[in-house]
Write a protein that binds this ligand. Sequence first.
Ligand SMILES: Nc1ncnc2c1ncn2[C@@H]1O[C@H](COP(=O)(O)OP(=O)(O)OP(=O)(O)O)[C@@H](O)[C@H]1O
Length: 545
Amino acid sequence: MQQRIDRGRSPNKVIIRQRRSHPLAGVGQQGFLWGVRVVSVIIFDEDRERANAVEAILRFQDHHTACFGDPAQLEAAVREKEPALALFTVEEGDSGWLAALERLNRELDDLPVFLLVPEGAARIAAENVAGNVLGTLDLPLRQAQFTAALKQALKHNARRRDQFARKAGAPRLVGDSRPMKRVKKLIDQVAGTDASVLILGESGTGKEVIAQNIHARSSRRSGPFVPINCGAIPPDLLESELFGHEKGAFTGAITARQGRFEMAKGGTIFLDEIGDMSPDMQVKLLRVLQERTFERVGGNKRIEADVRVLAATHRDLEAKIQDGSFREDLFYRLNVFPIETPPLRERASDLPVLVKELTKRIEDEGRGSVRLSSEALSVLSRYEWPGNVRELANLIERLAIICPFDEVVVDELPEKLLRDMVAEDSETVGEAGSDAVDEGASAADDTDTSDAIEVRDTMRDAGAMEQLPAVNGKAPRHPDARLVKRTDGGLDMRWYLGELEQRLIREALEESDGVVAKAAELLQLRRTTLVEKLRKYDIQRPDVS
Ligand SMILES: Nc1ncnc2c1ncn2[C@@H]1O[C@H](COP(=O)(O)OP(=O)(O)OP(=O)(O)O)[C@@H](O)[C@H]1O
């Protein structure tokens, strides 16, 4: 939507200019234009001609600008959109810009500022100016100079938004795996805009946590965050739940009631399980998103929908569009900025920090505490987690009840976790072994037999020893303790089983005098499988070596 408020040529007037936003972005939404980050920039300059030149550079890149030349105009300049940074032209012996900067610091928490220094004017060291001045830029402004400053400002704003989220008490979104880093980056990019966000991912992956974090980092953070589970409310009640109703609108409507859209005024509405919304409701919601107004059920007064819309689903919406159960136009309206939440099984490296965070939550609520042994943690990281982080949170709660303030060992974990982990071992041991061989050199050389016993116990606990075949009726020799103790104190089970596999193959070859077919028979493997493994582990047959 093009907006142009030009109140004359006087430098003492606020001039706000916005460019047309993405056609899919919806009325009043901004943030990205054809995938490029678009921001709002405040420009203070008492000289309008000079301000125009700066503005032209920024508008060439499609940024929004708000120019003012009088400190008293600041509020009007920042009213329209949350700015990403401010540019202040400094004049020697002139205190106008200083007064405006002071005002800005009071109004906008820690907004990054760059000082624009006119040609020939003395440079002012940023540290000598109050407020959040990140640096100085020369006038006339060059595009490359501005782009570098914008990058710096965006980084600064990311930290600033983290502080907002902490202050607002949004739940921490933990995880440093590559997919989680990507999610965090997307949250940061979209938070400062008013764009609709569609959060996709399996149940329990943290879609609501993401929505809360977007809200807490946005310019609407002082408004309410109103979630509604569209899948949990019967279709005939959902309309009044979303838009409210007037007294007598239907049987049982004994008083008028606000809906969630009204409750979320000035804030964010989170439409969870949007994929479960009935086709009738989809039509009604689409109308509201297009017109940005709605009526209560049984009412005829139009109410402005002053909300940012975030939606989430674990359903495959594109498949639902194909089978006709989800409207394509609604999908595009919601899907301005998609964020996909990765399942926990694809980011096992996040497990330790998640366990720590979920334990901390229990501790903070005074519901006890729990600690996991490194073996138990290793079992957790091998499980598939079909219920994702929610399932993990439930397990931590359960363990805090079963082993309060104690260390949880493998034995205390639910049977299901151990079973699934062992199944994976037996399927992938060969593949794991090859990784492990490379890693073998880093294994610690501690030969204390107590380690061997401890590890054997762990292996038995995990059911792994039962997977080992006896070679020619003989029980397999237990591998050396030095193969087992790891430098980090944990146990790398994949590596360990890889070592066992190689040892069993060597024993079988010895037993069968290097005859591969016979060794394969002893190991109950196909000959070709054994040949492949020999090649993979680079094992020479005794008769040919
Ligand atoms: N990255 C994370 N960091 C911290 N806690 C998380 C994270 N992801 C999920 N959680 C926690 O896991 C639980 C489930 O998260 P949430 O309700 O956000 O999932 P969801 O994807 O919205 O699930 P559903 O689709 O079933 O509504 C919550 O307790 C939440 O706090």
